[in-house]
Design a protein. Structure first.
Length: 300
């Protein structure tokens, strides 16, 4: 996997968001008794140096969460980023080094790797889709099909892979879908009510699955039209009908075999739920390089 690709602009995840997620994950793992294996076998003052490495090629994501997991158990832990989020790495590449209290490293290991493995997997799959449409105008975007409670991190991982984010939730953009149209009594009613309700900063998107619906939607002031489950030939017709009046987004039936043909239809955006709901976890490992963890204990 190439490492020459420019890394995307990635503002750091908000610290309160990271801190809360790590605290919840550690509380789940430690329960009421803590890490009974590590506490029983590793002296309290033992130190170690460990590396986090990729066991398969992939794209890095989630370093802030890994760092926070170790630091939550020992603020003196040293976390060295060998790679940065968004970097492509080959199998065997060292991503980060962790040094300090051995108990803290061992206890935080699984929480750190769970977050990073999930996020690296999403970033890696996103990069594969981004590469597949290279040279077209299409931008790969995600959806709201995310793990409850982890949306911010999964959408961040999409950005690490070179994709872009669709709306974050139900609050930051209007997307009129087929059920809204039925419940509103038709597309015109839905669009007019939504436009009257929306603030001046809110984008309005309408989902259509036929060219007839598209023509009807284009009679109104909309920002984006979602072309649902249309084959590439129909997508090309739809792009011609829109003629730049709104952004065009293709969705449905998108995988790595079909995405190139969809992109070549001329759409602006391709939204893919699989980026977050079907990405395989990237296999990462944490291994001690050195450890001062063999001090004999006095019997009691």
């Amino acid at each position: 996997m190439s490492t020459s690709r420019p890394q995307p602009f990635l503002p750091r995840l908000p610290r309160p968001l990271v801190t809360r997620a790590i605290a919840d994950a550690l509380a789940e793992d430690l329960g009421l008794a803590g890490d009974i294996t590590t506490d029983a076998t590793v002296p309290a003052d033992a130190t170690a140096v460990a590396v986090i490495a990729a066991r398969k090629p992939g794209v890095v994501s989630g370093l802030d969460l890994a760092h926070a997991a170790f630091s939550a158990l020992d603020a003196a832990i040293d976390f060295e980023r060998v790679q940065e989020d968004g970097a492509s790495v080959p199998a065997g590449a060292v991503i980060a080094r962790v040094s300090g209290n051995a108990r803290a490293i061992l206890t935080a290991e699984r929480v750190a790797l769970n977050f990073m493995g999930r996020m690296c997997g999403i970033a890696t799959l996103t990069r594969a889709f981004v590469d597949a449409v290279d040279g077209t105008k299409a931008t790969i975007v995600d959806t709201r099909k995310t793990t409850p409670g982890l949306r911010a991190f999964e959408k961040y991982a999409v950005r690490c892979g070179g994709g872009r984010n669709h709306r974050t939730g139900l609050f930051d953009a209007i997307l009129i879908k087929d059920n809204h149209i039925v419940a509103a009594g038709g597309l015109p009613n839905a669009i007019e009510a939504a436009r009257a309700h929306a603030g001046h900063t809110v984008k309005l998107e309408v989902e259509v699955d036929t060219l007839y619906q598209l023509r009807e939607a284009l009679r109104y002031d909309i920002d984006i039209v979602l072309l649902d489950n249309m084959p590439p030939s129909r997508l090309r017709e739809a792009v011609q009908l829109v003629a730049g009046k709104a952004l065009t987004e293709a969705s449905g039936g998108v995988d790595l075999k079909t995405v190139r043909a969809i992109a070549e239809s001329g759409v602006d955006l391709i939204s893919i739920g699989a980026l977050t709901h079907s990405a395989p976890v990237l296999d990462l490992g944490l291994d001690f390089q050195t450890a001062d963890a063999h001090k004999p204990r006095k019997s009691r």
